[in-house]
Design a protein around this ligand. Structure first.
Ligand code: C5P
Length: 232
């Protein structure tokens, strides 16, 4: 088994929404000086670009129907994912769409993009391309250890209790100026978990050789230290 992709060590961080993957990944990135790739951010960027192409004012279901009937090619969306030192920047045209991709309208539509096999292959090839000329990489998502880099020996699955995940999500939304009840957030998280876990290809599953980390009782620094100790 090859230890890495193009001699690059890939730390795979998978887990459900709100499990702390992206925060852990950016802390790891600062600690190791390796780039952090947020695969969910790429799915979100493609979703936002498809939303502009399909037109405003459509419900999530209408968007899903139009997206599948129009057969929009991912290459036609004018999205670029650039790595600037260790930071990923997502562009649509020349626009950096950093915070726009986190809005609830994108979150409720991203599943239609993530369910599409052509789009999954497209995202996976972008993710693999980042291993070139890199010593190490931290990639977070749902299928990173199972589908994208199955040969990586550094696979971690972060888990957290649903109540803690809902509180984290509420705080994130509050920072973005969106006030939503905890009950509504919990039900949306449960819906997304179900969609992510039951996705036929690229669904959220645990690789056989994955290291499970429950982040409910640990500080994020503890999680980072645990991962770094595996690296050593
Ligand atoms: O990680 P984040 O919550 O931003 O991901 C948004 C969505 O993108 C997920 O709910 C999932 O539908 C999709 N996704 C995926 N595979 C990945 C990363 C994200 O299907 N590797």
């Amino acid at each position: 088994m090859s230890l890495s992709f193009h001699s690059c060590i890939v730390i795979c961080l998978d887990g459900p929404a709100g499990s702390g993957k992206s925060t852990v990944a950016s802390l790891l990135s600062s600690r190791l000086g390796w780039p952090h790739i947020d695969s969910g951010g790429i799915y979100r960027t493609l979703t936002l670009a498809s939303m502009s192409k399909i037109g405003k004012g459509k419900s999530a279901e209408e968007f899903g129907e139009l997206f599948s009937s129009k057969k929009i090619k991912p290459e036609s969306l004018d999205c670029k994912i650039i790595m600037q030192k260790t930071n990923q920047i997502n562009y649509i045209g020349s626009r950096d769409i950093k915070s726009e991709i986190r809005i609830p309208d994108v979150t409720s539509r991203v599943r239609y993009i993530a369910d599409n096999h052509e789009y999954r292959d497209y995202v996976n090839s972008i993710l693999r391309s980042f291993t070139k000329n890199q010593k190490g990489l931290i990639v977070d998502g749902r299928d990173i250890g199972t589908v994208v880099f199955p040969d990586s020996p550094m696979k971690f699955f972060l888990e957290t209790s649903p109540s803690i995940r809902s509180i984290r999500r509420k705080n994130e939304l509050q920072e973005m100026g969106c006030e939503t009840s905890l009950k509504e957030i919990t039900s949306k998280i449960e819906k997304r978990d179900h969609e992510d876990r039951t996705r036929e290809v690229g669904g959220l599953r645990k690789a056989k050789d994955v290291v499970m980390i429950d982040t409910s009782e640990l500080t994020l620094d503890d999680v980072v230290s645990r991962i770094v100790s595996h690296l050593k």
